[in-house]
Design a protein around this ligand. Structure first.
Ligand SMILES: Cc1cc2nc3c(=O)[nH]c(=O)nc-3n(C[C@H](O)[C@H](O)[C@H](O)COP(=O)(O)OP(=O)(O)OC[C@H]3O[C@@H](n4cnc5c(N)ncnc54)[C@H](O)[C@@H]3O)c2cc1C
Length: 376
């Protein structure tokens, strides 16, 4: 009997568990996650503006794992033995394994600023989204600052704008981006499209600046400007969890583990999803659900190949594209190499969300809710 341990029950970890579950005999799979439920991250910003219930984005691992014939262990992975055959958990438990898959994703990076991590909001999981929604409901601010002008920051800002419009509150929403432009390396037409949409929603964009401090509702930017009665949502970068940083392996500056073309760190230790980066060829791929799923599946197939003494297969990417959805029912992106914009990519984004969500009830309720909102 061989034992596979998967750390992280996100898109990559669950995709791997799905493939492994088909083997049945001679294989025991354990999934370790610090949370009780799978969190569907792409819909988190919609908790703020569109008012999608957070419950539709969480699904108990216990139920998922029973369907996948895997054992679920709710615990925090803390260390891996040098040979990658033993995992040390926060509860003090050690689990031995024949194969280890690291699929821990990433989390918000405050770049070591403890004060900002304590005084701002983030959107890493369902409880963060609920906490922020609650703060928006009870607080009344003059300034809503979003630190970071990547796709997450833009989605958050557009949802804040929808929230304020529905509550008939008039306040400033400002995206503060450190680089000279929003959306970093994305094509120029996309930046222009998004900027126009943000402006139409009344959202200001300040580039070349960062939020340096926020205390008791007073936020300060790097040029010294001060915003009173403010709330800050931090979306200015991600990093791998501390556990990944402690693994003796090569890493990128964001902490992503460098893997070979078969997604391996060693013969029996694999990494997939946001916490992995191909060390050659395609290099670090965009952090996305699509790549997390296909990498998780690829790792699982290579584990089964190794068990059968077959050679591993190289991970080959298929990139169908990406979409940047905004809460004003407009989006832009690249689909199969073609630029798309307007309402169609919004529809595609939510269709994918319904399809990729966990639990039939969640999917049906989400689809009905989105349909109702679309009709309205
Ligand atoms: C707000 C937001 C919106 C997004 N929108 C989109 C989108 O529209 N389209 C898209 O393609 N992508 C989107 N993404 C990115 C996408 O969600 C990620 O690329 C994807 O979730 C990566 O999957 P993963 O399995 O690598 O990691 P995750 O889904 O992050 O899962 C990692 C899991 O590991 C667990 N974990 C972490 N550390 C430990 C530990 N030490 N011990 C035990 N468990 C641990 C976590 O609890 C989590 O369950 C979005 C992300 C965010 C945050």
């Amino acid at each position: 009997m061989k034992r596979v341990v998967i750390v992280g029950g996100g898109f990559a970890g669950l995709a791997a568990a799905g493939i492994l579950s088909r083997r049945g005999k001679n294989l025991e799979t354990a999934l370790v996650d610090r949370r009780q439920c799978f969190n569907f991250l792409p819909l988190l910003p919609d908790v703020l503006g569109r008012g999608i219930p957070a419950g539709l984005m969480a699904y108990p691992f216990k139920d998922i794992c029973s369907g996948l014939k895997a054992r679920f262990i709710q615990d925090i992975a803390q260390a891996v033995s040098p040979d990658g055959r033993s995992l040390h958990l926060g509860s003090g438990l050690n689990i031995d394994c024949d194969y280890l898959l690291l699929a821990c994703g990433t989390e918000t990076d405050f770049h070591g600023n403890v004060s900002l991590s304590e005084s701002t909001y983030k959107l890493d999981n369902v409880s963060d989204a609920l906490k922020l929604r609650q703060a928006l409901e009870i607080g009344c601010y003059d300034n809503y600052l979003v630190a970071g002008g990547g796709y997450t920051g833009i989605e958050i800002a557009s949802n804040l704008s929808l929230f304020l419009r529905e509550k008939r509150r008039r306040s400033r929403i400002i995206i503060v981006e450190k680089s000279p432009s929003i959306l970093g390396p994305l094509p120029e037409w996309m930046k222009v499209y998004v900027k126009d949409d943000l402006a139409a929603c009344g959202i200001e964009v300040k580039t070349g600046l960062s939020v340096t401090e926020t205390r008791a509702g007073r936020s300060v930017l790097s040029d010294g400007s001060v915003f009173g009665k403010s709330i800050v949502v931090w979306a200015a970068g991600v990093k791998t969890p501390d556990f990944i940083d402690r693994i003796p392996a090569r890493r990128t500056p964001q902490g992503r583990l460098k893997v070979d073309e078969c997604l391996r760190i060693s013969r029996t230790c694999f990494a997939a999803g946001d916490n992995a980066c191909l060390s050659a060829g395609q290099g670090c791929l965009r952090m996305s659900v699509q790549f997390a799923i296909t990498q998780g599946e690829s790792c699982a197939r290579n584990i089964l190949n190794d068990m059968d003494s077959l050679p591993p297969r190289e991970y080959r990417t298929f990139d169908p594209g990406y979409i940047i959805p905004m809460a004003n029912d407009r989006a832009c992106g690249i689909i199969f190499g073609l630029p798309v914009r307007g309402i169609l990519p919004v529809f595609m984004h939510y269709l994918l969300c319904v399809w990729r969500n966990r639990g039939m009830k969640n999917r049906i309720r989400l689809a009905l809710l989105l349909l109702k909102k679309a009709v309205r």
